[in-house]
Design a binder for this molecule. Structure first.
Ligand code: PEP
Ligand code: MN
Length: 342
């Protein structure tokens, strides 16, 4: 719709779309309303009819199977507000903390350390997707309570994983961002439940998933009612064994071309090795990611999960210092609204 289209004009357009048999989804942007028509119908006459209506800026056919998350649907970046921070806007947001919540002391130490390093969000899994059923499965609700305590003490927002649709209401009670793990990227019952959740979502790319499949999964969440979703590249499975996964770094730039959603890079799972995390984090800034999800542990050799890829607290702080000049270039580019890549 045009800027400042009236409610009557918007309602009339919705009626017209319904007349053609499409389902209607409206998205109220900061400046304008975008109306999506989803379904099967006579596209050409519908488009022609809409083009002629008052208040309509443009009627376009979106051919990609992912509609709401595509740039054709919305050209301006999605900015997700969480407490006092914004993801996808003018800040490079770092989320950091241990793979799993293990104890009060561990999560509190982690929270203080990552905050001192400049992280804005504390990560920590309370429900853990483990390859072996004999491995530590997480502290569950007790872990969520510890995360909430860490938030109260430090002011950091909390991101934590939710593994099943039935856990969404519980995890959403505590978390500021719901993390969907790589192994659950195509858990469609979970994606639908996230659509109903009133919390932002971070969706990780599946181990063997294409970029298109990642976007289709994000589309599920938006189509079911939740537009606050960010994507996360965390490495994919290839023949290479030198790193735990192979980081598809260019996926960040590809996603930035295809979608308006924020894109986060996880250099910890992408490499599996703490020594490689700072280099990959610099690459994430350079390629235009909106932030990082990094594993940090006060004592990585004692970590119950993912110790080898976790930075020790002082290593994280050093990495953040080294990253600062890159981040300020990133910010200049954002503020000038120029693409970060040249
Ligand atoms: C995690 O973030 O600790 C995790 C389990 O990640 P992924 O789902 O990417 O393997
Ligand atoms: Mn982990």
């Amino acid at each position: 719709m045009r800027l400042h289209a009236s409610k009557e004009e918007i309602d009339a357009v919705c009626d017209r779309i319904a007349h053609f048999g499409y389902k209607i989804h409206t998205i109220q942007g900061e400046e304008r309303v975008v109306i999506a028509a989803v379904g099967v119908g006579d596209v050409t006459s519908c488009l022609e009819s809409l083009e002629a209506m008052p208040g309509v800026e443009k009627a376009v056919r979106i051919s990609a199977p992912y509609k709401f998350v595509s740039k054709e649907f919305r050209n301006s970046p999605t900015k997700i507000r969480i407490r006092d921070l914004e993801i996808g806007g003018d800040d490079f947001v770092v989320m950091a903390g241990p793979c799993s919540v293990e104890s009060e002391e561990q999560i509190m130490d982690s929270a203080h350390a990552v905050r001192a390093g400049g992280a804005r969000v504390l990560r920590g899994g309370a429900f853990k997707p483990r390859t072996s059923p004999y491995d530590f499965q997480g502290m569950e609700e007790a872990g969520l309570k510890l995360l909430a305590k860490a938030r109260d003490t430090t002011g950091l927002a909390i991101i934590t994983e939710v593994m099943s649709d039935s856990d969404v209401p519980l995890v959403a009670e505590y978390a500021d961002i719901l993390q969907i793990g790589a192994r659950n990227m195509q858990n469609f019952a979970l994606l639908k439940a996230l659509g109903r959740a009133r919390r932002p979502v971070l969706l990780k790319r599946g181990l063997s998933s294409t970029i298109k499949e990642l976007l289709m999964s994000a589309e599920y969440v938006v189509a079911h009612g939740n537009p606050d979703i960010m994507l996360c590249e965390r490495g994919i499975r290839t023949f290479e064994t030198a790193t735990r996964n192979t980081c598809d770094i260019v996926a960040v730039a590809v996603l930035k071309e295809m979608t308006h959603l924020p894109v986060i890079l996880d250099p910890s799972h992408a490499t599996g090795k703490r020594s490689l995390v700072p280099a990959l984090s610099r690459a994430a800034v350079a390629i235009g990611a909106d932030g990082l999800l990094v594993e940090v542990h006060p004592c990585p050799e004692k970590a119950i999960s993912d110790g080898a890829q976790s930075l020790e607290s002082t290593q994280f702080q050093a990495m953040m210092r080294d990253l600062a000049p890159y981040v300020s270039l990133w910010k200049q580019a954002r503020l000038a609204s120029e693409p970060v890549t040249v």
